[in-house]
Write a protein that binds this ligand. Structure first.
Ligand code: NI
Length: 187
């Protein structure tokens, strides 16, 4: 088990778009597996429901999530499964995720381990379909709604170099940024 440091706003690495993970024979390489395992440890330690690789200083398109009580439909190859889990049993690892469908609208109060002490309401799609690879390099498709859909979109923003505060109105964002600068200055 290894815990990684979670980068905080305004670290410039949070603004960089992450790179695609190259698929190798038998999935992804050992370096990515180690990264994922450390990211999962760090997410649980920090009590987050999601974490993106660039939040821990990696430049790879990898996200991990564990959204409690989330419902989702998963498809591995031809097998579709309806899943409902409790916290801790709901781990999702997505390598190179892409949103292929999005619909509806949902406003939810969001926070972020990289923007501590701040939450704000963000508008997102309420229902999405995401495709990517799992750790074995198998294509994974997830149909998600509600909080899980929100969390996936939040993490995917991270690997595109975007924070949830970038989705707020300019006025709201400026107020938050001023607050964050003050608290950084106070440390
Ligand atoms: Ni975040």
């Amino acid at each position: 088990m290894a815990l990684l440091e979670v980068l905080k706003y305004p670290d410039p690495r949070l603004k960089k778009r992450a790179d695609e993970v190259i698929r190798v024979d038998g999935g992804v390489d050992g370096e990515i597996k180690k990264l994922v395992s450390d990211m999962v440890d760090t997410m649980y330690f920090e009590k987050g429901i999601g974490l993106a690789a660039n939040q821990v200083g990696s430049d790879k398109r990898v996200i991990v999530l564990d959204v409690p009580e989330a419902r989702r439909q998963e498809r591995y190859g031809d097998i579709t499964e309806e899943k409902r889990h409790k916290k801790g049993g709901n781990l999702i690892v997505f390598v190179n995720p892409v949103v292929v469908e999005a619909s509806g609208e949902l406003k939810n109060e969001e926070g972020c381990l990289s923007v501590p002490g701040v939450t704000s309401e963000v508008k997102r799609a309420s229902s999405i379909v995401v495709r990517g690879l799992d750790l074995e390099g198998v294509e994974l498709e997830i149909r998600a709604e509600g909080l899980l859909a929100v969390a996936i979109q939040h993490e995917m923003d991270h690997i595109d170099g975007k924070l949830f505060i970038d989705r707020l109105s300019r006025i709201k964002r400026d107020i938050i940024k001023r607050k964050l600068k003050k608290s950084v200055g106070a440390l």
